[in-house]
Design a protein around this ligand. Structure first.
Ligand code: PGA
Length: 261
């Protein structure tokens, strides 16, 4: 059995879905059904709903899954209209938060400096950031440089003692929510990206600490590709959007990862 801290991670990014309390409850019932009677020794399951559902998720009794959020602001409290603080997330049951998702970088113009502040604020409040590192179509050619730059900027000032609480998600923007099989990375693509991230970690934190940082993959993960993209590439788990909305398929992916540790 793996040590708890080194469990694989399967994270549902529910994005802007579950449009009503009724839809949310139906989804949670589905997750109850597919997790019933199951033990997860090697895998931690994390669900990241929209903010409005965090209270409902907190009250939900299922303790086999952890809770996370899809974004956070960097201040704890005060005059920041429309923002949600890390203290609020903690008080509403979140142990994780996604930061730097490519959809936010693109739609909200979130930049590496914002992401860096969010990481610091989350860590200060005992929340583990899931840092998404992405590159768009134009960057595909120079992928590793773009990734290095994002890692450097987003992790600026993060000490040796803190880095192991951060999960790094390689998330090529061109592969997100894609129905086009040509827009999926190969096992080798993902292995190369993993190597770039590892090299950064080893260079900045040393090999021993780098070993403790989990690196996962996100972008159109589905039942049919999880083996190639996430398992054969040696990734420590997956960030799943669309496929996580179907509890049955989501659980099959969890079980594939659980049984391949
Ligand atoms: P997708 O989303 O699985 O729908 O591509 C993944 C993500 O945004 O992380």
């Amino acid at each position: 059995m793996l040590k708890k801290s080194m469990k694989k991670l399967v994270i549902a990014n529910l994005k802007m879905n579950l449009l009503s309390p009724a839809e949310r409850d139906l989804y949670l019932k589905g997750i109850d059904r597919v997790t019933a009677g199951k033990k997860f020794e090697n895998t931690e399951i994390i669900l990241c709903p929209p903010f409005v559902h965090l209270e409902g998720f907190k009250k939900w009794k299922n303790r086999k899954v952890a809770r996370g959020a899809q974004n956070v602001f960097w201040e704890d409290k005060g005059s920041f209209t429309g923002e949600i603080s890390p203290k609020m997330l903690k008080n509403f049951g979140c142990d994780y938060v996604i930061v730097g998702h490519s959809e936010r970088r693109k739609n909200i113009r979130e930049n590496d400096q914002d992401v860096n502040l969010k990481i610091m604020a989350a860590l200060k409040n005992g929340i583990k950031p899931i840092l998404c590192i992405s590159e768009d179509d134009n960057q595909k050619e120079t992928e590793s440089n773009a990734m290095m730059e994002q890692l450097q900027n987003c992790l600026n000032g993060i000490s040796d003692g803190k880095i192991e609480n951060i999960i790094i998600c390689y998330e090529p923007a061109w592969a997100i929510s894609s129905n086009n099989p040509d827009h999926l990375p190969t096992t080798n693509d993902v292995m190369s990206a993993r190597l770039v991230i590892k090299k950064f970690l080893v260079a900045n934190y040393g090999a021993k600490i780098a070993e403790k940082v989990r690196i996962i993959y996100g972008g159109s993960v589905a039942l049919g590709n999880v083996t190639n993209i996430c398992i054969n590439s040696g990734m420590d788990g997956a960030l799943i959007g669309k496929e996580s909305l179907t509890p049955g398929n989501f659980m099959k992916i969890v079980e594939m990862i659980e049984n391949n540790c």
